[in-house]
Design a protein around this ligand. Structure first.
Ligand SMILES: [Zn+2]
Length: 92
């Protein structure tokens, strides 16, 4: 399920669904998630000092365990597998 919504147009818009899908794959693999786990990815504004203007919030929803969440303080298209792995390690 892709819950990422964007009004972007042009070449950037094409890269976004692909990156959302990659981030889901990286999250699933970093946490060894089961296939029935839902991962929701949203790019939001970030107003913390010293941060890029965008952050990506990853929500992990499973019937079996409480929902979990982590943030990566980068724009969606700047996120790599390493960012996901690092964020997962720091998650509560
Ligand atoms: Zn931030």
């Amino acid at each position: 399920m892709i819950s990422f919504h964007t009004s972007l147009k042009g070449p950037e818009a094409k890269g976004i669904p692909a990156r959302v899908s990659e981030i889901k794959t990286w999250t699933r693999s970093a946490l060894s998630l089961k296939q029935d786990t839902t991962i929701s990815i949203n790019e939001l504004a970030c107003s913390q000092p010293g941060c890029p203007p965008k952050q990506v919030v990853v929500l992990i929803l499973s019937k079996a365990v409480p929902a979990r969440k982590f943030e990566i303080h980068k724009a969606l298209l700047d996120i790599s597998n390493d960012d996901v792995v690092n964020a997962v390690f720091k998650m509560d």
